[in-house]
Design a protein around this ligand. Structure first.
Ligand SMILES: Cc1cc2nc3c(=O)[nH]c(=O)nc-3n(C[C@H](O)[C@H](O)[C@H](O)COP(=O)(O)OP(=O)(O)OC[C@H]3O[C@@H](n4cnc5c(N)ncnc54)[C@H](O)[C@@H]3O)c2cc1C
Length: 370
């Protein structure tokens, strides 16, 4: 009989294990923290500098629930915990990375307790009055308390293949439907001939907009603008993208003799792709209708757009926060069942906020399970 079993040795599970030496980890992969090792391009942006009110605006979901969690374990607390584990913080425009190490040093630091690790995939979980029975492909495990931290469905090759949703439904929990978040976007029409160009854009859907850097790819766009916008899309939807402010009237006064493609503040190659023959015209020679058309294309180009699930770094949706006690992260339905990380219906922008969430929720669980 195990006192405290952590299902999922990812970011959240390992953070909890770093605080509970007697906890046992059940992990389906040969190594723990496969996704953690990929974070921040292998450098691990493990939190974001700032007060709770400052970072709050980067989270999506039940705001009261999120606030309670983040106040309980703030970015400063996370930095302190890693400092105690030997990781000095480096601050890059607010994003916190290890000053000297990389994602491996973060993963290894969290394993400092030498927690016992059982290799295997949880295939079913049942609860009787006194304990849980977890069946893996190799064995049957009994545990008094469980932290359920199998991640969402992002980067399934790292172990989080979405099967956690089905598992937890069998214990009576309901799931907010999962969608890719922090994902690159597919655009139709694609801008594939402009692949590789990096530009600031504003992307809009209804009254929501995100202004940030985008990298044009074969299928659409990636980078912060795409990733931070992706949580707003539930499948394929129309969006408008503004590539430049483009006021042809002012351009006519200042650069009337210039070709339109050379006067805009976007690379001429992109202007040609967006504007076609209009890009090759002198600004002074544009008719009123042509000028209006060019302005519309550059400032409000409508694309059909959808998140590219394979590239998503996080998941929107998951176990409903209304079914979890924010004070303890314990299930309201099933005593001694706790949640942390991506499996919960909360997601965040890129910048260290997702790991902050995984770590803060795991910390709260550790308080009840010591
Ligand atoms: C490429 C990439 C880069 C990222 N970079 C950053 C970054 O720099 N900063 C940031 O804040 N966020 C980043 N993220 C997001 C961040 O990695 C996740 O939010 C975080 O890992 C979630 O932690 P988790 O423990 O909930 O899930 P995961 O880290 O996905 O861990 C879940 C674990 O559970 C295991 N598991 C699943 N099902 C079972 C089962 N049935 N039985 C046993 N084990 C199971 C999995 O194998 C996995 O090890 C990045 C994500 C990706 C994909």
């Amino acid at each position: 009989m195990i006192d405290f079993l952590i299902i999922g040795g990812g970011a959240a599970g390992l953070y909890a294990a770093s605080l509970i030496p007697e906890a046992v980890i059940l992990e389906r992969n040969d190594i723990c923290g496969k996704k953690l090792l990929l974070t921040g391009g292998g450098r691990c942006n493990y939190t974001h500098n700032g007060t709770v009110p400052e970072i709050m605006e980067h989270y999506h979901g039940n705001i009261n629930f999120i606030r309670k969690v983040l106040y309980r374990h703030t970015p400063d607390d996370i930095i302190t915990h890693f400092r105690e584990l030997g990781i000095k913080p480096g601050n890059e425009n607010g994003k916190i990375f290890p000053l000297y190490g990389d994602a491996h040093s973060i993963r290894d630091a969290l394993l400092h307790n030498g927690n016992r690790i059982i290799r295997g995939k949880a295939l079913s979980i049942e609860k009787n009055d006194a304990f849980f029975v977890i069946r893996t492909e190799n064995e049957i495990i009994k545990a008094r308390k469980i932290l359920f931290a199998p991640g969402g469905m992002a980067y399934p090759r790292t172990g989080s293949d979405g099967s956690g949703y089905q598992l937890i439904k069998t214990l009576g929990h309901s799931i907010e439907p999962p969608y890719p978040a922090l994902a690159p976007l597919e655009l139709t029409p694609s801008l594939k001939d402009a692949e590789g160009i990096t530009i600031p854009i504003t992307i809009r859907k209804d009254k929501k907009e995100i202004s940030d850097t985008a990298v044009i790819t074969k299928r659409g766009i990636s980078g912060p603008a795409a990733e931070n916008f992706s949580y707003l899309l539930s499948g394929r939807e129309n969006v408008t993208i503004s590539f430049d402010d483009c006021d042809i009237k002012s351009l006519r006064e200042t650069s009337g003799a210039a070709l339109l493609k050379n006067a805009l503040s976007i690379p001429p190659r992109l202007s040609q792709i967006l504007l076609g023959p209009l890009a090759e015209k002198k600004i002074a020679n544009l008719s009123k209708a042509e000028a209006a058309k060019a302005e519309e294309i550059i400032t409000r180009y409508t694309f059909s757009c959808r998140p590219i699930a394979e590239g998503a770094m996080s998941t929107r949706g998951g176990v409903k926060t209304s079914e979890i006690k924010a004070e303890t992260m314990e299930s309201k339905q099933v005593p001694d069942l706790y949640f942390a990380g991506d499996i919960i219906d909360v997601d965040a922008d890129c910048g260290g906020y997702s790991l902050t969430w995984a770590f803060a929720t795991a910390y709260i669980v550790s308080l009840s399970c010591k």
